[in-house]
Design a binder for this molecule. Structure first.
Ligand SMILES: C[S@@+](CC[C@H](N)C(=O)[O-])C[C@H]1O[C@@H](n2cnc3c(N)ncnc32)[C@H](O)[C@@H]1O
Length: 217
């Protein structure tokens, strides 16, 4: 369970760190069940296929918030060179086991430990909504920095009307931020990323899928 903290005494950054450590330790605790429930590629296969068509053959890719490495493994099987980054030690261990050819590092998506213009493409599925809005912009700015000019970013977010903890049982305790399509579009623009395709599965879908290209410079 998460520790109870006197939120009113924390500034925004401290409060965010508290959200993040609670969320990441929940992913660590639920790693086995998360991997089992999210093992099928079918949920994202059409998006991965579009991504693959839009990047060069043998591209250099980063899976940002790679979790247990399902998508990294798939992209690697298509002949790309894949790196992955995540804060959950337990999920990373699984990613390393299933993708020995890929390179996985423990780190935060707000500060990517890679040189400028390292990647042809970045894949960021279901991660950004775990950050408070100023940190979403920071993470997208990092994405722009490590992408080559015209490199492709895929980002998916869960659209929520309010922010806060979501809990299911003792171990599922995650912070979700309020995110809208307009907010994501504004952050992408501010991070010098141009959306080329934004879709939802259906009118009722709470998921937004966006492909964006890095501006040069
Ligand atoms: C819903 S899972 C998605 C995992 C993977 N992308 C997938 O589609 O299966 C969210 C992931 O984001 C990671 N994460 C959340 N905040 C992060 C941060 N600030 N830096 C790095 N990873 C983070 C979590 O550890 C978790 O693996």
């Amino acid at each position: 369970m998460i520790d109870i903290m006197p939120i009113s005494l924390l500034d925004e950054e401290q409060e965010a760190e508290w959200f993040y450590s609670g969320t990441i330790s929940s992913y660590d605790r639920c790693a086995a069940s998360y991997a089992a429930q999210n093992d099928s590629i079918s949920e994202v296969e059409d998006l991965l296929t579009f991504f693959d068509k839009e990047i060069p053959c043998g591209a250099s890719l980063l899976d940002v918030g790679c979790g247990h490495g399902r998508d990294a493994e798939y992209l690697s099987s298509l002949g790309h060179t894949v790196h992955g980054i995540d804060r959950s030690e337990k999920l990373l261990r699984m990613a390393r086991e299933r993708g020995p050819k890929s390179h996985f590092v423990e780190g935060d998506i707000r500060s990517l430990p890679f040189r400028d213009r390292s990647f042809d493409g970045l894949w960021m599925n279901a991660v950004l909504h775990h950050l408070i809005p100023p940190h979403m912009l920071r993470a997208l700015t990092e994405c722009h920095r490590v992408l080559k000019p015209s490199g492709l970013l895929f980002v998916s977010v869960h659209l929520d009307d309010s922010s806060g903890w979501q809990t299911r049982g003792q171990d599922f305790v995650r912070y979700y931020a309020r995110v809208s399509g307009a907010m994501l579009a504004e952050f992408l623009r501010d991070a010098r990323l141009t959306p080329v395709r934004m879709t939802s599965r259906s009118a009722e879908s709470r998921w937004l899928h966006c492909f964006a290209r890095a501006h040069a410079g």
